[in-house]
Ligand binder design. Structure first.
Ligand code: V47
Length: 362
């Protein structure tokens, strides 16, 4: 056993990790109080057991169709009320233009999300999928978080099952993991009181899984939540995953305070970012992939995360709004060779993938 595990007093957790045994809530809290390198060492055991030397990325494009939102969460710098002068809605023609501008690029995923717009009809969302499918028949479409799905169900009066079936029929591949925030009702009351509950978010994800739609999951950390609330969030995801097996990837989202109504908060430190990635890898023993989202972490920290439990860097991205409106200093896009360079330098083999983590040949 490494001296750093002994020095950190993590022998018991080390033995569990080595034996593939499930960690408990106390273990998670313990790990948050342990030295970073010891936690990273443990997470790397699991990361390499699952993925060996592979590290994934996707050639993708983001489309944010509207920033008009009725929830207006305190941590969000993207959402606007509909009468705000910076409010926007993309027409189908504008979306078509964005897709066509990149049509010669080998994009394997189109990631589509937006605010909860009170005026757009459900057909608009179906039409986006039809359009993207028509223009890019071979790309996966990862669109509409569980929060948007709840909104579609509300505006149509249709059951979540029905909404999801129609979206799937129109070309949807998977749901992105946004909107989970922190499941704790205390935290939601403080930072996103109008958003669906954590229980509802989990329920909608599980309904998607039962319909054969895979989904991602997130945790927005580094604002008003406690360490215990973070661990409880991870445990709730692990329990849901035991039931359905439908989560593909977990993405810890590092809070960016700028231009939000929580701009008085400092946001997470680098140590906190890396520990959260590592502890997510260790607690979420049943979710295959952990993403270091470089847009939020910066490419530098995302690269280091590959040695701390993460196995995926997300992708090329191209025009991201949600984090950049909240002050992210990272680039709008990275090229395939930049992503591959980051991965190789961290000691891993770049593996280009699609939304479902199937390897693609460039
Ligand atoms: O739902 C909003 C969060 C999410 C801020 O599934 C913020 O592959 C930090 O979910 N600081 C959107 N985070 C991003 C997201 C995502 C990104 C990349 C890949 C995938 C995937 C999902 O970002 C929102 C919210 O939870 N968020 N504001 C902020 N100021």
């Amino acid at each position: 056993m490494e001296a750093l595990i002994k020095e950190a007093g993590l022998e018991e957790i080390y033995h569990k990790v080595k034996a593939g045994k499930r960690l408990l809530k106390e273990d998670g809290i313990r790990l948050y109080n342990a030295p970073l390198l010891a936690v990273g060492y443990l997470a790397n055991i699991v990361r390499e057991r699952l993925h060996g030397k592979r590290a994934y990325y996707v050639y993708n494009q983001h489309i944010n169709y509207s920033n008009i939102c009725v929830n207006l969460c305190k941590f969000c710098a993207f959402g606007r009320p509909k009468n705000d002068k910076r409010a926007f809605v993309l027409s189908l023609e504008e979306i078509e233009k964005k897709i066509r501008e990149r049509i010669r690029e080998p994009i394997h995923e189109v990631h589509i999300v937006g605010g909860l717009n009170p005026d757009l009809p459900f057909d608009y969302y179906l039409d986006i999928l039809h359009l993207v499918k028509k223009l890019r028949p071979d790309a996966c479409i990862k669109a509409y978080t569980a929060v948007e799905i709840a909104h579609f169900s509300k505006i149509t009066g249709k059951k979540v099952e029905e909404v999801l079936k129609e979206l799937k029929g129109a070309g949807l591949t998977a749901l992105p993991g946004g909107g989970a925030e922190v499941f704790s009702p205390r935290v939601r009351k403080l930072v996103c009181p109008k958003k669906i509950s954590g229980e509802r978010w989990l329920e909608i994800s599980k309904i998607a899984h039962r319909l054969g739609i895979f989904t991602n999951a997130t945790l927005l950390y580094g604002h008003v939540e406690t360490i215990e609330e973070r661990i409880d969030h991870l445990l709730a995801l692990r329990e849901a995953q035991d039931e359905t097996g439908g989560f593909i990837c977990f993405i810890p989202l590092s809070f960016h305070p700028k231009n939000t109504r929580l701009s008085n908060l400092p946001g997470p430190t680098g140590i906190d970012d890396l520990k959260t990635i590592a502890i997510s890898r260790l607690i979420l023993d049943n979710i295959p992939h952990i993403k270091a989202y470089w847009i939020m972490l910066t490419p530098k920290l995302a690269q280091i995360s590959l040695n701390f439990g993460a196995d995926d860097l997300d992708g090329t991205v191209i025009e991201e709004k949600i984090t950049h409106m909240a002050g992210a200093a990272s680039e709008q896009s990275l090229t395939r060779s930049q992503l591959e360079g980051l991965i190789k330098e961290a000691g891993y083999q770049p593996t280009e993938r699609d939304t479902l983590f199937r390897a693609v040949n460039a």
